[in-house]
Every structure is written in C-alpha cells, then in structure tokens.
Design a protein around this ligand. Structure first.
Ligand SMILES: Nc1ncnc2c1ncn2[C@@H]1O[C@H](COP(=O)(O)OP(=O)(O)OP(=O)(O)O)[C@@H](O)[C@H]1O
Length: 264
C-alpha cells in the first residue's frame, strides 16, 4: 500500500475524454473501473487526477492473497497493547480520499463483499471487527483497474461487481501521442522514439498469436531510456523488449526479425 499526496502534477497525456469522465464520476461519487493492458497509463492517470483534484491517493496493488482485512484494517499488538489499525480503504473512506485498487480481479473473494455496499447507493464500509459502519463522505472515490487480457474463467469480474462501476477502456495511445509520452519520459529525442513506436505497432499485431500481450508503453520507455543513456539499439531492445516479452526462442527470433525490418 502506498499513500501519496502529490505536490506537483504527475504528467499525463490524455488520449480521449477520460479526464472529464473521471471528474464527473468524482463529482457524483461514482466508482470507476479502468480496463486495459499492462503499462498503458492507468496508474499514471489516477495519480494525475488525484493530484489535480487535490485528493490523497491510496494505491493498493491487489494479489491473490489480498484479503478484506488487508484493505479494511486489523488489530495489531503494539507495545503490549492491542490496537486497531485502519487499512488503506478505511483510511480513504475516513478522509474522503481516493482509493485505487490495481488489478482488483486478483484479490480474494471476500474483498468483493466489502466493495459491494461501498459501490452502490449505500456507500457504506462495514468494519465487522470494530462494529463500525462508515458512510463514505463526499469526496471519497473508489477506482479499480483490471486487465481483460489476463483473465481466465476463474478470474473474471462478476457482472454484479462490474455493474457497480462506470468503466473506461484504455489502450495503447495513437502513435503520435505515444511518441510524445515516450520522448518526455525517457529524454530520448522524438525522431529516435518514432521507430520504437512503429516497432511496437508491429509487435502488438502479433499479440494473441504468439504473445500473451503486446509491448507496453512502459517497456518502450525503458528501451528509450537505455538508448538515451548511450546504449546501442540492439542491446536496448533485447533487454527492454525481447526478453521481457517472451522466453520462447522462436518468438524471440520473430521479434528480432521485426527489429531488423524497422532498423535495417
Ligand atoms: N498517457 C500517458 N501519459 C503519461 N505517461 C504515460 C501515459 N501512458 C503511459 N505512460 C507512461 O507509461 C508508464 C506505465 O504506465 P502505468 O504505470 O500508468 O501503467 P498501468 O496501465 O497502470 O499498468 P499496470 O496495469 O501494469 O499497473 C508510466 O509510468 C508513464 O511513464
């Protein structure tokens, strides 16, 4: 869990009208679900919007062991005494902040039970252990993300959960936007970023066939950062694109072929 109150506005390049939708959802106290592949800007978007709205942000990276108690809180032994310690969700509710549950679908099932009364008109967080029932104040907002590409039958959001959230579909940005983002984040000049983004376009066309998922904007930023630091193109792409995308020699070969097509 990571709590941030960001003094400067984290850079976020909008790709559509997502900032307006976020603000409207926030104004009306509606929960928001961000759907999209890994590394396409969902977390950065939430960080940007929280800073823009001047709200504390509690980010929780969900995993398959994450339980309701991890979000709500628990009794802990402190100096021989048992004291209640709020979890990130409870803190966000008490403070009227934003709670961002990254990859919510990974969390254990008891988390859903907690989220339901919080994401409908009740806006209530039940804390069974302390017998408290908190009604979320104006200003509290729940944001969750999930990556539809990773889902298997067991790990899908149930309609009863999905239909409690407004949703925005994220994808990799248009080439021009992605070039601007990668150049800004890595410090590599736009002219040298352009072929990287072209390569990404080709690789993304392969995803689903040989690759679980296309190359993320995050990996392009890694590659560009290595290149901006003076590393050669081949070595940078091997470390930041080819190795992270696949362990299969055949697939790696196909990726290297694509690299030669673009870089000659
Ligand atoms: N539209 C954008 N504006 C600014 N930066 C962006 C944008 N899209 C991607 N990025 C950059 O890509 C990096 C990865 O994005 P981010 O961490 O937000 O991904 P994510 O979608 O939350 O991924 P995950 O689901 O794996 O957590 C960011 O650190 C940022 O540098």
């Amino acid at each position: 869990m990571n709590m941030q109150v960001t003094p400067t506005l984290p850079f976020y390049q909008p790709t559509g009208r997502e900032c307006d939708l976020f603000e409207t959802a926030y104004d009306h106290g509606l929960p928001l679900l961000l759907k999209g592949p890994t590394g396409c800007g969902k977390t950065r978007f939430v960080e940007h919007m929280a800073a823009r709205l001047g709200k504390p942000l509690y980010t929780v990276a969900c995993h398959d062991d994450l339980s309701a108690a991890d979000l709500i809180g628990r009794y802990l032994l402190k100096g021989g005494e048992t004291v209640w310690v709020d979890g990130p969700l409870t803190r966000a509710v008490r403070e009227g902040g934003i709670c961002y549950l990254d990859e919510v679908v990974e969390a254990r099932k008891d988390v859903t039970v907690v989220l339901h009364p919080l994401t409908d008109t009740r806006r209530t967080l039940m804390i069974d252990r302390t017998s408290e029932e908190l009604v979320a104040p104006r200003g509290f907002m729940l944001v969750a993300s999930y990556n539809p590409g990773y889902q298997n039958v067991l790990k899908r959001l149930k309609p009863s959960t999905r239909q409690r959230f407004l949703s925005i579909a994220f994808d990799f940005p248009e080439a021009e936007t992605e070039i601007a983002v990668v150049a800004r984040e890595s410090g590599l000049e736009a002219g040298r970023v352009a072929p990287l983004v072209r390569l990404a376009g080709h690789i993304r066309n392969l995803s689903g066939m040989d690759l679980e998922e296309g190359v993320s904007t995050r990996l392009l930023i890694y590659a560009a950062t290595l290149m901006a630091g003076g590393m050669g193109v081949d070595q940078a792409l091997q470390a930041a694109v080819i190795e992270p995308l696949s362990d299969e020699p055949d697939v790696q070969l196909a990726l290297r072929d694509l690299v030669s097509t673009i870089y000659g």
